[in-house]
Design a protein around this ligand. Structure first.
Ligand SMILES: Cc1cc2nc3c(=O)[nH]c(=O)nc-3n(C[C@H](O)[C@H](O)[C@H](O)COP(=O)(O)O)c2cc1C
Length: 168
């Protein structure tokens, strides 16, 4: 059983952090030890048995902290069970169908041998950082498209794969 799970996240506006917190909470309910931590602040994976890494999507790429995390911890990631997720689409598409990883994430998965991936809907709301973000919100195309029921059931699958108990 993999008891200590790192849920690392890369975020600009906080929505991916909240998804990571929700995932860590489900893993804890499943009897595992899990903490959600900003990807940029992780220096060493030695104390973790498994890793979940999530990044917000910006212009077709993972947030830079997620890309750096993969480069920095490449070796340790190949030696542990790893799950990736993205938070992005500002519409219901991620709840309706599986959205494949963006090409950079796909390449990282291939290099590391990661097979488990999911795209969750994103959130962009009033107060988001950046000119383009504000333009999207002002044009009425923002909103919160994170599906926490889907996030929790994905996290339950991760928990079960790691030997945790059924949580529902
Ligand atoms: C400038 C900008 C570019 C974005 N590009 C993408 C994209 O390429 N694909 C996508 O699915 N979502 C895109 N989004 C939506 C974000 O991924 C979404 O808001 C996500 O939840 C952000 O995560 P964060 O709050 O953790 O930073 C973009 C948002 C902004 C503001």
């Amino acid at each position: 059983m993999a008891d200590n799970v790192l849920v690392a996240y890369a975020t600009k506006n906080g929505s991916t952090a909240e998804i990571a917190e929700a995932v860590a909470e489900v893993l804890r309910k499943g009897g595992l030890t899990a903490e959600a931590v900003p990807a940029g602040s992780v220096t060493d994976l030695a104390s973790y048995d498994a890793v979940v890494l999530g990044g917000g999507l910006y212009a077709g790429r993972w947030h830079k902290d997620a890309r750096r995390f993969v480069r920095r911890h490449r070796r340790a990631l190949t030696e542990r069970p790893v799950w990736f997720f993205s938070s992005g689409p500002l519409d219901a598409s991620a709840s309706e169908r599986d959205i494949p990883p963006v090409p950079g994430v796909r390449r990282a998965m291939d290099k590391l041998g990661v097979t488990e991936y999911v795209t969750f809907g994103g959130r962009l709301e009033e107060g988001a950082e950046g000119r383009i973000a504000r333009m999207i919100v002002q044009s009425g195309k923002g909103g919160d498209f994170r599906d926490f029921a889907a996030i929790e059931s994905w996290a339950e699958r991760v928990a079960r794969a790691l030997g945790g108990q059924r949580v529902r």
